[in-house]
Design a protein around this ligand. Structure first.
Ligand code: ADP
Length: 234
């Protein structure tokens, strides 16, 4: 009976994902279709170029959605290795630094426990962290006052867990966004796929961890990632 229930769950989940993909792909297809219809012989060169550009970017968008989906649905048994949380964060921040610099955003990094260690698939967890830093930068770019963008990243031990906090002073979220944050394909961005956080959530769960969010509209957002830590004797 359990097996059957599991199969049903899986089918229901697949159905939901298929419906979401169909919905997502339909948007770029509709606009590609529309712009091709507008490409009539009487259109001037500038118009043709402009419509051509939109068509290409919509094709790329459909492609991104499929690519990210395939990527995120690969079997994801984590390849776990021990790593110092401080080192993991340092390496990740390095990858984000040039983009932050260009956008005038400061990234602060503070390590409270230099020996804090986790057993993780570093590639997967880096993907999660990079995605959150990217989201933080987007949220900062989306503010319209002249605040100085800043992202604070700290790590410390909390009971059996290593806590990694990523906090930005970006535009924050409204409750309606908070409620749907981790849904596949939920996005408030024109160019977003809405897959980043749903994939992140799954990666962290696969590691036996959890994600919490704290956000104030117009003030900023904090993501709290808890990963089981490796205790001294292990
Ligand atoms: P995407 O970035 O493609 O939209 P995500 O799943 O990563 O997909 O994020 C979903 C939505 O969550 C975003 O569109 C945005 O509205 C919201 N969000 C995520 N991170 C932040 C943040 N740091 N500040 C404000 N909103 C955020």
């Amino acid at each position: 009976i359990e097996q059957a229930a599991f199969q049903n769950d899986k089918l229901a989940m697949l159905g939901k994902i298929a419906a979401a993909i169909a919905h997502e792909i339909r948007n770029p297809l509709t606009s590609i279709r529309g712009f091709i219809q507008l490409l009539n012989p009487y259109l001037n060169e500038i118009g043709k170029q402009e419509y051509g550009r939109i068509i290409l970017s919509e094709i790329d968008r459909a492609n991104d959605i499929i690519y990210e989906f395939l990527n995120s649905s690969k079997p994801t048994a984590p390849m776990k290795q021990k790593i110092l949380v401080g080192l993991l964060l340092k390496e990740t921040i390095l990858l984000s630094e040039s983009e932050a610099l260009m956008k005038g955003i400061e990234i602060h990094h503070e390590i409270f426990d230099p020996f804090l260690t986790v057993a993780i698939d570093a590639k997967q967890i880096k993907q999660v962290l990079l995605n959150m830093i990217k989201n933080a930068m987007d949220a900062i770019a989306d503010t319209d006052d002249n605040r100085k963008g800043s992202i604070g990243i700290i790590s410390r031990k909390e009971g059996k867990y290593a806590l990694i906090s990523i906090k930005d002073n970006g535009k924050g979220m409204m409750r309606s966004t908070l409620n749907r944050l981790f849904d596949p394909f939920f996005t408030t961005k024109e160019e977003g796929t809405g897959l980043g956080l749903s994939v992140s959530y799954r990666i962290i769960s696969n590691h036996g961890g959890t994600i919490h969010v704290d956000s104030q509209h117009n003030e900023g957002t904090e993501f709290l990632i808890y990963l089981p830590c490796v205790e001294g004797k292990e």
